[in-house]
Design a protein around this ligand. Structure first.
Ligand SMILES: [Zn+2]
Length: 414
């Protein structure tokens, strides 16, 4: 979920700590340079999926607990910001993680810090040994670490990610839960082994030192494992602010770096919708800039403005291809538009997956995997509805943000 097309103006409390010229990756990135020799060699990938139970326990924090955490974090943030700069990149990163609630988890702009592998190791240790449950929860909620780029990135999902991710995971969950009651014993047993692993981090280790870590939007793994599978079989990646290229690279990276153990990546490409939203926001901003009195736009409702444009959405599926000497490449085997430029659903058979994709490779390749089960389905209509519902929330957020920006600019012009 690397945002390739950044929002027009960087926002967030930490932006004041970084001079403009350091915004190297994109405008929305927040970085601090770190020094360490890059003598880091990739080893064969034997990888673990972080304990889903750990993630579940963090995610099961009640809304009240989260709200309480939020207010505590606000207070902490205020204290931290009034005290002198301290502590180096690890401390800075912890402060950045703590600031996530005040930035707003639906802002959709990922936060980035430059960290060497050893600094990242220190960060993990500091967070693991911390008694701050909320800090741990926000940390495990989704981040990526890439050693070659010395890049630590906190993922800030938008409503679009949340609605679509939950909808797709629920749809797949309902499908395999129903199959567990199948009269066909092999199908029932296979379906019983499928397990949702949410956004549990996927790790790509090196010979020494810290692993790379990537947090998918959703993932599925299995029980009854016959071969110590260390990766989820199926990953769902939602690309909204991400370009199509970035989404492709992410999908390929999961498949190739796992040496084909990740057998399916489902990509939801919404980059055209994101671009349409940027155009809507530009129009909105010029409207706010042109308004003389607040009363002029009092009755205006951005979410319902019929001038709002939208864009097409597509489902892409990647699978591994095994070449000579264990070489694994990722191939896009499906690319289907499910939503047209006007937001209307395009009916199509989506996914093209089977129950075999979700079970242990050993079972799949044995006689026990030789069954026929109904495939999972995602309806174009459902996907479009989730997107439309999410866009209402997304636009509400962006409306506030754009209005504030316009007001600040107008003040400066006076
Ligand atoms: Zn397995």
């Amino acid at each position: 979920m690397h945002s390739q097309t950044p929002p027009p103006t960087p926002k967030g409390p930490s932006i004041d700590e970084i001079p403009e010229e350091q915004h190297r990756f994109s405008q929305d990135s927040i970085q601090i340079e770190a020094e360490e020799p890059a003598s880091e060699r990739s080893s064969a990938s034997s990888i673990r999926v972080a304990a889903a139970s750990q993630e579940t326990s963090h995610r099961s924090l009640s809304i009240t607990q989260r709200l309480l955490a939020l207010s505590i974090q606000f207070t902490n943030l205020a204290i931290q910001r009034s005290s002198p700069a301290s502590g180096g990149p690890v401390k800075d990163t912890i402060n950045l993680i703590k600031s996530v609630p005040s930035i707003g988890r639906t802002g959709g702009t990922n936060l980035r810090k430059k960290l060497t592998a050893s600094q990242y190791g220190e960060l993990r240790k500091a967070i693991q040994s911390s008694e701050d449950a909320q800090l741990q929860a926000f940390f495990w909620d989704g981040f990526d670490y890439t050693r070659s780029k010395k890049l630590f990135e906190i993922r800030i999902p938008t409503a679009v990610h949340q609605f679509l991710g939950s909808g797709i995971a629920a749809g797949i969950g309902l499908w395999y839960t129903r199959l567990r009651a199948s009269g066909d014993e092999e199908v029932a047993r296979a379906a019983s082994s499928v397990m949702s692993a949410g956004s549990a981090d996927v790790e790509f280790p090196f010979a020494t030192g810290e692993s790379d870590s990537k947090s998918p939007d959703k993932s599925f793994t299995h029980t009854n494992c016959k071969r110590q599978c260390n990766f989820p079989n199926v990953i769902v990646e939602i690309g909204f602010s991400q370009s199509r290229n970035d989404l492709t690279n992410t999908a390929k990276s999961y498949i190739c770096r796992s040496k084909g153990e990740v057998r399916v990546v489902i990509g939801v490409a919404l980059d055209k919708i994101y671009q349409a939203e940027k155009r809507n926001e530009a129009r909105l901003k010029s409207m706010y800039m042109g308004a003389r009195e607040p009363d002029e736009i009092k009755s205006y409702c951005y979410e319902e403005d019929e001038h709002n444009e939208t864009g097409e959405g597509a489902i892409l599926i990647w699978r591994p291809e095994f070449g000579l000497r264990g070489k694994v490449t990722a191939t896009c085997v499906r690319n289907e538009i499910f939503r047209d430029n006007n937001g209307n659903r395009v009916d199509s058979t989506l996914l093209g997956l089977s129950l075999q994709d979700f079970i242990c490779k050993n079972t799949k390749d044995s006689s026990a995997g030789n069954f026929v089960a109904p495939p999972p389905e995602l309806l174009a209509g459902d996907l479009c509805r989730w997107i439309d519902d999410a866009l209402v929330l997304y636009r509400e957020k962006m409306n506030k943000k754009v209005k504030e920006e316009a007001e600040n600019e107008k003040k400066k012009q006076q």
